[in-house]
Design a protein around this ligand. Structure first.
Ligand code: MBD
Ligand code: FE
Length: 281
């Protein structure tokens, strides 16, 4: 069972907003014709829902207050990545031949410490959780080694907290960029993450409570795997049979992303092999 903890919107949502804005990634991505079509369609669908279900003024005002609160809580990255990103990811990667991926989510940080092909992620001396050895190989679609590929990994700790988004954790805790060896191999020592609970004191938590949903994502490892001349794969890997694997609030689980770790001979840790195949650019 997952460990209960106090997730705060103030702690994680607002730092995700700040980081996203400072990336400067907000800009004109589409022509006026396309904006007209996309926004027109979305608004048309909302209008249709209002008519079909006879949405009242009270409900309209509740929506208005809630939308304002999402911004005030800094939870737009959380809201969008939990409820929309999985479809954007599906559309963006449907032509891939190589490894499938999943959503990035709100807690990626670029430029994590660079580590050799066999390495431990930065962690505290007494880092809680079952040790996990995550190993594999990065190849192209014809099976050729991608020497020196970068395997970026970030994940929550045993309590479901991400460094840089929860107070009290070392800056790069459980985040690293592992450089694969000349055969594309890597071996990463870390600990198994816990399931992640969406913060419940903010607007997203209020929506979840109002709709009677649960607030959980299954335990997951986040990865970005890249090599020169190849398409980067952003992925998440899950633990088969774990809580919420079949019921992820972010709908970001795919069968090819399930891990089956096995205990090592001495029984002190789990070990799993997972290989990545990158499409050409
Ligand atoms: C997460 O850890 C996450 O990966 C996503 C997609 C949304 C919220 C929290
Ligand atoms: Fe996550």
């Amino acid at each position: 069972m997952a460990v209960e903890y106090e997730a705060t919107a103030a702690g994680s949502g607002s730092s995700a907003t700040e980081r996203f804005l400072s990336k400067g990634s907000v800009g004109a991505a589409s022509s006026p014709e396309r904006v007209d079509m996309l926004v027109g369609e979305v608004l048309g669908a909302v209008h249709e829902t209002i008519r079909r279900h006879e949405v009242s003024y009270d409900e309209y005002e509740a929506l208005k207050a809630w939308l304002i609160q999402v911004g005030a809580d800094g939870e737009w990255p959380l809201f969008l990545d939990v409820w929309l990103e999985h479809v954007v990811e599906e559309v963006a990667t449907e032509d891939r031949e190589g490894s499938q991926g999943s959503i990035e989510g709100p807690y990626y940080v670029a430029d994590s410490p660079r580590l050799p092909a066999e390495a431990s992620l930065p962690m505290r001396d007494d880092e809680p959780g079952t040790p996990l050895v995550f190993q594999g190989r990065v190849t192209d679609v014809s099976g050729r080694s991608l020497s020196g590929a970068h395997v970026e990994m970030w994940h929550a700790d045993d309590y479901g907290f991400y460094s840089q988004y929860a107070p009290g954790l070392p800056e790069w805790n459980l985040r690293g960029t592992v450089v694969a060896d000349e055969w594309g191999r890597f071996r990463i020592h870390t600990v198994q993450p816990a399931p992640y609970q969406i913060p419940h004191d903010g607007a997203c938590g209020a929506l979840i409570a109002a709709a009677g949903w649960h607030a959980w994502r299954p335990a997951h490892l986040h990865l970005k795997v890249s090599a020169a001349g190849h398409r980067r794969v952003t992925s998440q890997l899950y633990f088969r049979g774990g809580d919420y694997v079949d019921d992820d609030i972010a709908q970001a689980v795919k069968p090819s992303l399930l891990l089956d770790p096995t205990p090592t001979a001495d029984g002190t840790s789990n070990e799993v092999t997972y290989n990545f195949t990158l499409d050409p650019e």
